[in-house]
Design a protein around this ligand. Structure first.
Ligand code: NAP
Length: 287
């Protein structure tokens, strides 16, 4: 059985590691803030205090950190994954990051005699907890197939989309869609409340018709309960929308609705909600 390394045990990483441990894998973890790995250590995960130490002792290394700059650090930093002999190892980056960084990691891994996949996910904190994430994969198809059984431990839907970077491009397509569902759901609730409607009833009715979508199903109930905790951080959504808009610009595309959604989330962050969940967008209206 492969020894698995996992770097980044935040909201998403913690839940995913639990699925790997439950399946009987030996998992070695590292996170910048050690306390966020304490639960996992108590469940049997081994702790190492740098990415290089994790990578040197494992064959399959997952990373799920915050930003592209964090990904750069865990792969290319002084204590980074690529400082070890990487031959015959496989790195799978689950972070939502840039397609160009995914390509660079793939090239470095290959030169070192190893392999890499970009494999960002969708499905939120609940998807990670329930093991029902959607995974969007870029890299070599045969490499994806070699680790499919491990990925299936925490996903219900996974698809190979093409060479390195294709997983991140697919995730950007996903986030462009989510920008629309989050702003639509938010304005719908603001309108329905102002019209004096019962919000629980409205959400139930709309969920059965053409307006049904994941944001409505998962985030509207949290808003009605005034639960603005993350979930999915506002700061990470802004990161994703920035990447999507930059990639679109490189392609000569304008995405005005996505740009507007980003501007709204920027306003929300300026009001101090960057560590809130993305459902907090409604606080631009409801204070
Ligand atoms: P998170 O809770 O902030 O987790 C990221 C973890 O990575 C944090 O614990 C952080 O450490 C750690 N980290 C960052 N830089 C590091 C470094 N250089 N070395 C070691 N550890 C480092 O965020 P998350 O919600 O799990 O999201 C993780 C990624 O998945 C993001 O790219 C996000 O956009 C994406 N994503 C999230 C969701 C969601 O619903 N939450 C859904 C799909 C995709 P600290 O504890 O020190 O901050």
């Amino acid at each position: 059985m492969k020894k698995i390394g996992f770097i980044g045990t935040g909201v998403m990483g913690q839940s995913i590691v639990k699925h790997l441990l439950n399946a009987g894998y030996e998992v070695t973890v590292y996170n910048r803030t050690k306390s966020k790995a304490d639960d996992l250590i108590s469940l049997g995960a081994r702790w190492k205090d740098t990415p290089i130490k994790v990578a040197s002792e494992t064959d399959l290394i997952f990373t799920m950190v915050g930003y592209p700059s964090d990904v750069e650090e865990v792969y290319y930093g002084n204590d980074g994954i690529f400082q070890t002999d990487f031959s015959n190892k496989l790195a799978v980056d689950l972070t939502t990051s840039t397609p160009s960084l995914a390509e660079k990691i793939y090239d470095t891994a290959l030169e070192a005699g190893g392999q890499a996949l970009d494999a960002p996910v969708s499905g939120g904190d609940l998807g990670a907890r329930n093991g029902t994430l959607t995974i969007m994969i870029g890299g070599e198809s045969r490499v994806f197939e070699s680790c499919r059984p491990v990925l299936e431990l925490f996903s219900k839907s996974l698809e190979h989309h093409g060479p390195a970077g294709s997983g991140q491009h697919t995730k950007m397509a996903n986030q462009i869609m989510v920008a629309g569902t989050m702003t639509g759901m938010t304005e719908m609730l603001v309108y329905a409340e102002k019209a004096g409607l019962d919000l629980d009833k409205v959400v139930k009715t709309l969920s059965g018709g053409a307006a049904a979508n994941w944001s409505l199903e998962n985030y509207a109930p949290r808003i009605i309960k005034e639960d603005y905790s993350p979930g999915f951080f506002v700061k990470h959504f802004i990161k994703d929308l920035n990447i999507a808009l930059q990639e679109a610009e490189k392609m000569g595309l304008e995405l005005p609705a996505t740009a507007r959604a980003k501007a709204l989330y920027d306003q929300l962050a300026e009001k101090g909600h960057e560590d809130g969940g993305t459902q907090a967008l409604i606080r631009l209206w409801w204070g």
